[in-house]
Design a binder for this molecule. Sequence first.
Ligand code: ZN
Length: 344
Amino acid sequence: MSDPALPVLDIHTHLAGLGHGGTGCFIAERKFHSLLYKLMRWKLEIYDAHKHERLDQAYLERLDKDLAEAAERKLLHGAVVFAHERIYAEDGSPAATGQELYVPNEYAFAVCERSELRGRMLPACSIHPYRKDAVEELERWIERGAVALKWLPNSQAMDPRDKRCVPLYDLLVKHGLPLIAHTGGEHTVSVIRPELGDPAVLRPALDRGVTVVMAHCGTRSGIFDGNWTREFIQLAREYPNCYGDTSAFTTPGRSRWLRYFLREEGVLPKLIHGSDYPVPPNALWSLRKLGFSQARAINTIWSFLARDVAIKRAWGYPDQVFTNAAKVLGRKSLERWQVSPQKI
Ligand SMILES: [Zn+2]
């Protein structure tokens, strides 16, 4: 059952930047000028912002507006925004090559701590478990109000089965915070260890008692990706502390999963709404279900965050999927960030 007293949150949104304005963010040149990133910049209407050295600001202004429109339309109360850790080598030092994306925890928190937007954004910190100071770092960011720990194991080259993860799991359990871990294929950053897209690698976290949100539910995105959807479903049924998010389900690569999960008995209560912002949602990929006029009407919604909710609502996803984020993040985090269901 969904709780009307719970706010509706998007559990999966990304920050990004080139470091303009001293944010500390980083995107590798090769990625930034790739077709996929160009398409996203164009869709976000920030295509040339980097030429004026204000990509980070333009991206954030856009995200703020997306969130404001989603709130005005009464579709969302707020969003969890992600920091994105560097890749670390096995020996615990930052990898010398292959760094493509970096969003410092400091920046993610600064974004959420803006007083005029209090309650709209909640920070998920990102800490590589191979870092020698990983435990102290996690403690530090929990202290400052991290609502979750975010990992992208196959691209950040971190194995959740590594014993160095155990103290981090224990800290999360102690503070009642979830781990949000990417599962399934990945295309925005390069995959280093594809086998780590398998949700089963997160079993040690589940066994330790951590609430794990498996981003994308282990689903396939591109034709060459692994597909671990069944593995996710098995874990979701087996562990009460296993959840999956619906991020990027409104894109061409993953739209088929919207239909798939609606038919999967008993799994819907374990799903959590997430968009994967800035990935552009498009109702046309749901044309068969929604029909042309409804799909077109939804696509007139400017806000990506609002449009993503509208598509999933039109499919008939229940309230619970939209309030599960608040449930999993816990009342303590919601109070700390002053997120209230009345605020919209
Ligand atoms: Zn993502």
